[in-house]
Design a protein around this ligand. Structure first.
Ligand code: MD3
Ligand code: FE
Length: 235
């Protein structure tokens, strides 16, 4: 729903003829088209909603060729988030390290091509946040079941930090943690719902970030899961 909101419902004070009355609002106030999180980071609430009918079948087609898997980190931990990729490059991890590769290590085949509706959404969202000409070569697809989380990290396996990252949230809501350039910096919590897009670039590109453990709150279209697409210029 386009009018869904970041803030909790709240009471609003209205002045009527010298009297102040409290109106309990049942609807959340409308969110702005573009909410800055930092000098180069913007939430675009509901920006992906007009694309969803095309995104879901495209994601299912990717998943059919490159199934979701739980990667192992170099430290030996199995990630609670399941991942697949599409595009020329895909991100993978094993005991040897993290890397982008043109091949799916499970099948030995190239990753599925980036479906056109996904590439178009990424390009339009980046432009809306002031990054014209974004041409991603990698799309990581993360799938969260209830309880899955992503601990605080930086995205620095890409070659060109000049390009932004575009993130699309689908399905169950999540609370995103947005930190600073050092791991210990304070974090702000950003609730993200189905259809929200976030664009991170410029001086915010290397900020630490993570996702709190997902609460069980089944979504009408996607059930008990959250899917996050992140578009990157990796090569
Ligand atoms: C902030 N995924 O896959 S994308 C990831 O919801 C990842 O699945 C999260 O972090 C998810 O690496 C959130 C949001 C994101 C991506 C890149 C960033 C936030 C960022 C780079 C700088 C600052
Ligand atoms: Fe990340």
């Amino acid at each position: 729903m386009q009018g869904a909101c970041l803030q909790a419902p709240r009471a609003v004070l209205a002045r009527m003829g010298g009297m102040t009355t409290t109106l309990a609002l049942f609807d959340d106030p409308p969110r702005q088209e573009r909410e800055p999180l930092g000098p180069g980071a913007f939430v675009l609430p509901g920006f992906a909603l007009p694309f969803v009918d095309e995104l879901l079948p495209a994601i299912r087609a990717v998943e059919a060729r490159a199934p979701f898997r739980h990667l192992v980190t170099p430290g030996g931990f199995t990630m609670s988030v399941a991942l697949t990729n599409c595009g020329a490059l895909g991100w993978t991890s094993d005991r040897r390290g993290y890397r982008y590769s043109p091949f799916d290590p499970d099948s030995g085949l190239p990753w599925p091509a980036m479906p056109e509706p996904l590439a178009l959404l990424a390009r339009e969202a980046a432009a809306k946040a002031g990054f014209d000409g974004f041409a991603p070569d990698a799309c990581l697809v993360n799938r969260y079941a209830p309880g899955a989380r992503l601990s605080l990290h930086q995205d620095k396996d890409e070659h060109d930090y000049g390009a932004p990252i575009v993130s699309v949230s689908l399905g169950m809501p999540a609370v995103f943690l947005f930190g600073g350039l050092a791991r210990g910096d304070k974090t702000v919590r950003v609730p993200l719902v189905h259809g929200d897009v976030v664009v991170w670039g410029g001086e915010d590109r290397l900020r630490y970030h993570g996702v709190l453990p997902l609460k069980e709150a089944p979504h009408p279209l996607l059930g008990a899961q959250r899917i996050n697409l992140t578009f990157r210029k990796a090569g």
